[in-house]
Write a protein that binds this ligand. Structure first.
Ligand SMILES: Cc1cc2nc3c(=O)[nH]c(=O)nc-3n(C[C@H](O)[C@H](O)[C@H](O)COP(=O)(O)OP(=O)(O)OC[C@H]3O[C@@H](n4cnc5c(N)ncnc54)[C@H](O)[C@@H]3O)c2cc1C
Length: 368
């Protein structure tokens, strides 16, 4: 590929990985970001008490993708962190997702022993059984577990998270809520897990350190006068916003994230506690549990309130949105030299590792 002038719209992890790769290959890159900071939803910063907080909700890096892990490890060391979530159920904190330890906390000892035997006879150790699948069972004992998990852990959390009944949500999304046939309390089982040792923003800043990269903050694509003069554009903003919503609006589940400083060393036993059945928020996250801090007088916590407004969160995968997306994708095909990428550009749920893997693949395809 001859050396080009490339515009990357959006300084989230997708745009920054693209910028880094193309700059490293000798292309001249302009990264445009409408916010006053880089990092997209992964942006973090040190608060006035020296605690690194995630402005747009908790981000835990986890991956089985060796290439992505090695690539990012070129820009950061990692604080080894394995995410364990507790759920507040019937006034006690139990491991989430529901696993054999949860079973023993939630049911009387003898009954839990019996139910564990039945689960292990039906499923393989380590298996993840989607709750909606378990609900189909004809076995009365398994039904008991399925009803418990559905009523106490899944139903109200899902309603709060999505503002919808479970039946109206894409199974790809509800399939993410499993029962785990093991005593492993970790939320993720990926080979690599951690938090960048100086935070995500620091890692992403390092990725942008190249004489071939210019970053322009507080600048939206539509306000850039010379936007037509680039050889290639990679657009990681919303595809419907690019087309000025002419064919309809793609709907996201949004959320508000309320940060609070508390004058105590520790607020809760783990980084994240879920509240399926109480309060308007879904979970509270305590940031000191991600990265250690020398501050033992205060701690920083964040409350997550899903809703129709606020920070653009998760794409709502349904038929209406798929139809709108297909129309925009057809329009996008008519444009030359512009590629829509990332969670907003593709209207897709991407974890950070998938977003980076996607950027690495796109770079390889273009740079062949
Ligand atoms: C609450 C929450 C928690 C999450 N937790 C995890 C987690 O624990 N682990 C994990 O792996 N993933 C997590 N994710 C997913 C993660 O946030 C995404 O993988 C990641 O943000 C994708 O990056 P992106 O660059 O594609 O999009 P974004 O981060 O959204 O970046 C897009 C950027 O483009 C900018 N932009 C948009 N339009 C324009 C425009 N017209 N002009 C200029 N700039 C523009 C935006 O301001 C933004 O900075 C979470 C997501 C949410 C919402």
């Amino acid at each position: 590929m001859p050396k080009q002038k490339i515009l990357i719209v959006g300084a989230g992890i997708t745009g920054i990985a693209l910028a880094e790769r193309f700059a490293q290959a000798g292309h001249k890159i302009t990264v445009l970001e409408k916010r006053g900071e880089i990092g997209g939803n992964c942006y973090d910063y040190q608060d006035k008490n020296g605690i690194i907080v995630h402005k747009y909700g908790p981000h835990i890096f986890h991956t089985d993708n060796q290439e992505v892990w090695d690539y990012l490890s070129g820009f950061t060391d990692w604080h080894h962190y394995e995410h364990c979530v507790l759920g507040s159920i019937d006034h006690q904190l139990v491991p989430i997702p529901f696993n054999l330890n949860t079973l023993h906390q939630a049911f009387p000892a003898e009954q839990a022993q019996q139910l564990e035997k039945i689960l292990l006879a039906e499923f393989s150790p380590g298996e993840k059984v989607p709750i909606l699948e378990l609900r189909q069972t004809k076995n009365k004992d398994l039904q008991l577990i399925a009803d418990f998990v559905y009523q106490k852990i899944f139903l109200n959390y899902t309603r709060k998270q999505w503002g919808l009944e479970p039946e109206d949500i894409d199974p790809e999304v509800t399939g993410r809520v499993p029962i785990l046939i093991s005593r492993d309390n970790r939320y993720f089982q990926d080979k690599h897990q951690g938090i960048p040792s100086k935070g995500y923003t620091s890692m992403l800043e390092k990725m942008l350190q190249s004489e071939n990269i210019t970053v322009r903050l507080n600048t939206s694509y539509h306000k850039l006068p010379d936007r037509q003069t680039f050889d290639q554009t990679f657009y990681t903003g919303s595809i419907d916003e690019f087309f000025k919503y002419q064919l309809g609006r793609l709907k996201y589940r949004c959320f508000k994230f309320a940060l609070k400083t508390v004058k105590q060393n520790s607020y809760q036993p783990v980084a994240t506690v879920n509240y399926p059945n109480d309060y308007d928020y879904t979970r509270i996250t305590e940031f000191k549990k991600f990265l250690p801090s020398t501050n033992n007088k205060t701690t920083a916590i964040g409350f997550e309130y899903p809703g129709d407004k606020g920070i653009t969160g998760w794409p709502i995968l349904n038929n209406d949105n798929s139809k709108i997306l297909r129309k925009y994708q057809a329009e996008a095909k008519k444009l030359s030299n512009i590629t829509f990428v990332g969670r907003l550009g593709e209207f897709k749920y991407y974890d950070m590792d998938d977003a980076v893997a996607n950027s690495l693949a796109i770079f390889k395809k273009f740079n062949e």
